[in-house]
Structures are given as structure tokens and as C-alpha cells.
Design a protein around this ligand. Structure first.
Ligand code: C2E
Ligand code: CA
Ligand code: CA
Ligand code: CA
Length: 277
């Protein structure tokens, strides 16, 4: 450590040091998480205009032995920087597909769709298409029930590579949604080139659309874009009946949010559906 003068870069900062130590500890723990069976999926219902579940989004959770349930906001970025997202993302896909396989065996759950988040690092792997194909084959899940959520920024980074991979995966029967839509460089020009099924309105717009005129216009524009492109549109982060009313009257008839159910463990989700699998 060096003595830091007024205008001199400090080489030793206890706060930074603590943050680095924390990061190193978390990274070491994350390496254990997969092998230790500490990762799990929670399921958040996605519902239609009548409030009936049409499926769920799979959301990753980490049951840390000392820290308790760690939300993805606290470890996904770290997992991406360390490439741990690759085995973790593959685990999520396998877990989701085996869930879909189970659901296919009961009439009450047979039609459910399961949306899975795909990180940029994961999607950019040269053999990502093959991983999806193989996971579907080995699980026996119906490709039509699986929906992959990609973000706008992911899609735009290398558009040609994105187009080729999406086409190949969609040829398997898998669906695609664009997550957090409206936050990136949305343009009709690129949207028309993607083999897409759904736009997902970002929850930040849903949260502010009733108080911000600009955000209300953005939400309605996204809904209009989806309709003119023949795509489904779903709003996330829906928490109030007033939001549903506005979305409904703007032409959006699919919702996800606390109003309809928080992300929950599989047993609870299946009870929520009112069925036993
Ligand atoms: P996301 O994909 O945008 O997921 C939606 C987030 O909003 C989830 O947070 C969900 O719990 C939360 N949410 C849902 N409804 C409401 C609501 O009504 N109000 C509010 N305030 N929040 C709501 P979560 O589970 O903490 O996940 C955060 C992010 O972590 C996700 O954002 C996604 O980007 C990432 N993530 C989660 N699971 C995975 C995964 O398996 N793989 C990858 N690569 N990323 C994941
Ligand atoms: Ca998502
Ligand atoms: Ca989202
Ligand atoms: Ca988000």
C-alpha cells in the first residue's frame, strides 16, 4: 500500500479491497454451486387475458449454504465474466427441458410453455445450436413448448450470427422472445429480419406507463409493432389491475407479474395451477 496524496491515485483502498475479497469469495462459491446442487429454478406464471396460466418463465436461484437464497442480480454478471454462465446456462436449459417433459405427461400441464433466459455469452458459443438440439433430444421435451428469451442488445451484437442461429433453432420448433423490449435500439428494420414469436415489454415501462406519458406511448408503440409484425406481445412486471386495464385497452393480452404470481418453486407453481403432476 502506498500513501495517497491529494491528487495521487490510491493504490490501496480498504473499501475496494473488501469488494475484491467479496467477489473472490463469491466466485469460489459459485464454482461449487452447480456441483453442490445449490442451483434451482423458480417459475413465474405467464397468463392470458382471463388470467389463466399459459406457461411460466424459469428464473434462476442460488441456494447458498450461508447466504440463503441469492437472486440472479447478485451473481449472473459474475457468472458471465468468469464463463461460469456456460455450464450454468446449460444446466438451466436441461432443467427446463426435463420440466417440460414432466408437464407433457399430464393434460393440465401439457400445453404450458416454458421461457428460459439465454445470456449473450451462452448464445455466442459456436455450438449453441447443437447444445439446444441435444438437450431437447435427451430430455424428450417438445421443442414447441420451449421459448428462449434473448435481449435486444444480444441480438444486435452480431446480427448475421444471430440470424443464422435463430433460424436453425427455430427450425427445431423452438420459439423466441425478445426480453426487456423497448430498452435497446429497437428498429423495425432489424425486427423484420429476426425469426421471432414474441416481444416482451420491459417491466420498467409497465411500472411507469400510468404516470409517464412518454412511457405510455412507448408501451403502445411496442404493442403496435408486435401486431404489425404478427408477433405475440407480453407485458412483464404487472403488479396492479390498473396496469392490466391499460395494457388490455392498448391491445396487450398476455401478462406476467406479481399480480398473477411471484416466481415460485416448482411444487408451489404446480399447486398454483391447481393440479398435481
Ligand atoms: P428478467 O429476465 O427481466 O426477469 C424478470 C425479473 O423481474 C425477475 O427477477 C422477476 O422475479 C422480476 N419480476 C417479475 N414480476 C415482477 C413484478 O411484478 N414486479 C417486480 N418488481 N419484479 C418482477 P429475477 O428473478 O431477480 O431475475 C433478474 C434477472 O436475472 C432476469 O431478468 C434475467 O435477466 C436474469 N436471469 C434470471 N434467470 C436467469 C437464467 O437462468 N439465465 C440467465 N442468463 N439470466 C437469468
Ligand atoms: Ca426474462
Ligand atoms: Ca425481462
Ligand atoms: Ca430485466
Amino acid at each position: 500500500a502506498k500513501r495517497a496524496g491529494r491528487n495521487v491515485t490510491r493504490f490501496y483502498d480498504p473499501a475496494t479491497h473488501a469488494a475484491i475479497q467479496e467477489r473472490i469469495a463469491l466466485e469460489a462459491d459459485l464454482r461449487q454451486a452447480l456441483a453442490g446442487g445449490q442451483l434451482l429454478l423458480h417459475f413465474q406464471p405467464q397468463v392470458d387475458a382471463q388470467g389463466r396460466p399459459t406457461g411460466a418463465e424459469a428464473l434462476l436461484r442460488w441456494r447458498h449454504p450461508a447466504r440463503g437464497l441469492v437472486p440472479p442480480g447478485q451473481f449472473i454478471a459474475l457468472a458471465e465474466e468468469t464463463d461460469l454462465i456456460l455450464p450454468i446456462g446449460q444446466w438451466v436449459l436441461e432443467e427446463a427441458c426435463s420440466q417440460l417433459r414432466r408437464w407433457s405427461e399430464a393434460p393440465a400441464t401439457r400445453e404450458l410453455q416454458l421461457a428460459v433466459n439465454v445470456s449473450a455469452r451462452q448464445f455466442r458459443q459456436a455450438d449453441f445450436v447443437e447444445q439446444v438440439r441435444q438437450t431437447l433430444r435427451e430430455s424428450g421435451a417438445s421443442p414447441q413448448r420451449l421459448k428462449l428469451e434473448l435481449t435486444e442488445s444480444l441480438v444486435l451484437v452480431n446480427l448475421e450470427d444471430t440470424l443464422a442461429k435463430m433460424q436453425a433453432i427455430r427450425a427445431l420448433g423452438v420459439r423466441f422472445a425478445i426480453d426487456d423490449f423497448g430498452t435497446g435500439q429497437s428498429s423495425l428494420a432489424y425486427l423484420t429480419r429476426l425469426t421471432l414469436d414474441q416481444l416482451k415489454i420491459d417491466q420498467a415501462f409497465v411500472a411507469s406507463m400510468l404516470t409517464s406519458h412518454t412511457d405510455a406511448v412507448i408501451v403502445q408503440t411496442v404493442i403496435g409493432m408486435a401486431h404489425s409484425l404478427g408477433l405475440d406481445v407480453i407485458a412483464e412486471g404487472v403488479e396492479t389491475a390498473a396496469q392490466v386495464d391499460f395494457l388490455q385497452s392498448s391491445g396487450c393480452h398476455a401478462y406476467q407479474g406479481y399480480l398473477f404470481g411471484k416466481p415460485m418453486p416448482i411444487g408451489q407453481f404446480e399447486r398454483h395451477l391447481g393440479c398435481t403432476v
